[in-house]
Design a protein. Sequence first.
Length: 192
Amino acid sequence: MRLVYVVRNPLERYISHFLQRTKAGLETRSFDETFENLENEPCAWQGRYYYQLSQYMQFFPKDQLLVISFDEIKSDTQSVIQKLYRFLDVPEIKPETSSEKVHNASGKVYRKNAFGLAVLGFYRRYVEQKNLPFRFKKLFKDIANWGGKPVEKPRLTTDQKKLLIDFYRDDNRQLEEEFGVRTSQWFGGEHD
């Protein structure tokens, strides 16, 4: 078995995870409130990549893991694809065309009201795991937004950025040393 693990700037990941949790109705706190206890914060732990990889390394040898940076995918897609082919030991297929299309771009995020949270609760219990058309499932998510308040993408304050850099410093260092992932550009050289 071979595992491919994609990492991205944990500061961006923190914001993204907050928005995804809010969109799913799992996060009702403000963005600022998520910084009160980083050690117990789900948004923060998603960006501790070396910690997550160390859990895999208990069961898989390191040579079965390929860690790729999202920055590398964006900047040199073809090289990453070739690296994947080699890692997976499969014949290379040259793509006929290259696509610059962005997939899975996030739409608007709404903070759900009580009605929306109830709709999502019903959806999770009775609809989500059923073999139903996508459009039908999406209808529940759209209805859950009714009356909700739009949430703008948060921006990190200087203090929040410093807290996160401190939180991720050792994990990033280990990720870079163990897997060769360039993490220095994530924090503008501030993590050394």
